[in-house]
Design a protein around this ligand. Structure first.
Ligand code: MV4
Length: 446
């Protein structure tokens, strides 16, 4: 096992990784920008190294500075967390070239899944159902038109280098496709340094359902059930739950079978998430994420398995500590993402925390790097806390969530806690009757 791990991240996820290391007897190295001198991830780590000024380009994305920090402190391995360099295959490659272990999947798998056209090709090969669409990228307008005729309108134009909803356009007919395609290609080239776009049949009312998997690259593969992440605003997830209220037992089993078969065939190593759209009883692959995700704690709450610990164990060469028959998924879990934003306008709200009290009690977990007196810097993602609640049933989970939101006190900045309080009272949410467009309408009409 590793003796020392460098955590190439900040905020709650850096803390999350630190906690897993501590429990395993591994020493930690924090890296931080000058905006994060007083950050909790720096305070808790065994050692810390300042890697640059506040802009991410110059610190948390500064590969030479991070590798130097690992060298100076004598770290064995680097955990990238999420965001920043987590899905940058060039970073993973350099980490390994410099003699450190990258705590994550192989460079090849990160690269494959980062290119959405390549990922879809791989998914088809692995027997995963995909959205009907163009075979690979569209070459030009003529090709796009013939492919769209075959697929049927409306079609969605997606960027091969995109993901997470960036650079998507819906074309309802040929005229719209002609008008949108050049703009989509230009925008893709500018945003993602990859002009390739592809077409898919547009699904009008899907849910976003993803499967958490773990593989050890030695034949060991397990899944930890699915997460329903349909509650999103501008492609940002707001609240996630497991199991999905939309699936019956048969659909759930089918999804798990698709995901685990694919991961076994791929020989995938580390934690990963396969994302699907679910509409009219059918699953369609959209993307695979090769990192630990923000919402991973809800899967931990229902399974009792520490996903980050398994990532570290697998990276050290150990086989997966569980077989599927050891995995017992029980009860229901929900995560509320609490952002430093105004709950109605979503204006960013950095500033000093004048008061902080986190909820506790049975079935309640808070992952946050906040403390009283801390100043939330304006330079980074606005996620400041995750409230994760478990109950034996969805109803118990909801009751516990309501009282936990009531207990949570964060003063000095605006947060999205009041938004969550409204959301958990909405009849459609209580009934589990929502798709990916529901939250936008809910927020729009209030
Ligand atoms: C789609 C779609 C409808 N049809 N693909 C947006 C994020 C990216 N991961 C995939 N996205 C979508 N792809 C087809 N063929 C609708 C969306 C979509 C969406 C998906 C998941 C969660 C929220 C969403 C919000 C709007 C659109």
């Amino acid at each position: 096992m590793f003796e020392k791990v460098l955590i190439a991240n900040r905020g709650e996820i850096a803390l999350r990784i630190h906690r897993a290391c501590r429990e395993m007897g591994i020493k930690t190295v924090a890296v931080h920008s000058t905006a994060d001198d007083a950050a909790m991830h720096v305070r808790l780590a065994d050692e810390s190294v300042c890697i640059g000024p506040p802009p991410p380009r110059e610190s948390y994305l500064n590969i030479p500075a991070i590798l130097s920090a690992a060298q100076i402190t004598g770290a064995d391995a680097i955990h990238p967390g999420l965001g920043f360099l987590a899905e940058n295959p060039g970073f993973a490659e350099m980490v390994e070239e410099h003699g450190f272990v990258f705590i994550g999947p192989s460079v090849e798998h990160i690269r494959m899944m980062g290119d959405k056209v390549e990922a879809k090709r791989a998914a088809i090969e692995l027997g995963i159902p995909v959205v009907p669409g163009s075979t690979g990228a569209v070459e030009g307008l003529e090709h796009a038109i013939s492919e769209a005729r075959r697929i049927g309108y409306p079609v969605l134009i997606k960027a091969a280098g995109g993901g997470g909803g960036r650079g998507m356009r819906v074309a309802r007919d040929e005229a719209e496709l002609k008008e949108m395609l050049p703009a989509a290609q230009r925008e893709s080239a500018a945003f993602f340094a990859n002009a390739e776009v592809y077409l898919e049949r547009y699904l009008g009312h899907p849910r976003h359902i993803e499967v958490q998997i773990l593989g050890d690259g030695k034949g060991g593969v397990i899944h930890l059930g699915e997460r329903d992440c349909s509650l999103q605003r501008s492609h940002q997830k707001v609240l996630e739950e497991t199991p999905s209220p939309a699936l019956n037992g048969e659909q759930r089993a089918e999804l798990a079978r698709i995901a685990t078969n694919a991961i076994a065939k791929l020989g995938y190593k580390s934690a990963g998430t396969i994302e699907f759209l679910f509409e009219d009883g059918k699953f369609f692959f959209i993307e695979m994420n090769t990192r630990v995700q923000v919402e991973h704690p809800i899967s931990e709450m229902v399974s009792g398995i520490d996903i980050v610990r398994e990532q570290i164990r697998i990276a050290s060469g150990a086989p997966l500590g569980y077989r599927q028959s050891d995995v017992k998924l029980s009860g229901h879990a929900i995560e509320c993402r609490i952002n430093a934003e105004h709950p109605e306008t979503f204006a960013p709200s950095p500033g000093t925390i004048t008061g902080y009290h986190a909820p506790g009690g049975m079935g309640v977990r808070v992952d946050s790097a906040l403390y009283q007196g801390y100043s939330v810097p304006p330079n980074y993602d606005s996620l400041v806390a995750k409230l994760i609640v478990h109950g034996t049933s969805r109803n118990e989970c909801l009751m516990r969530l309501r009282r936990s939101l009531e207990e949570f006190v964060i003063t000095g900045i605006d947060t999205t806690i009041p938004l969550h309080q409204r959301l958990v009272e909405a009849p459609d949410f209580i009934n589990g009757a929502y798709d990916v467009h529901w939250l936008g309408r809910f927020l729009g009409r209030t």
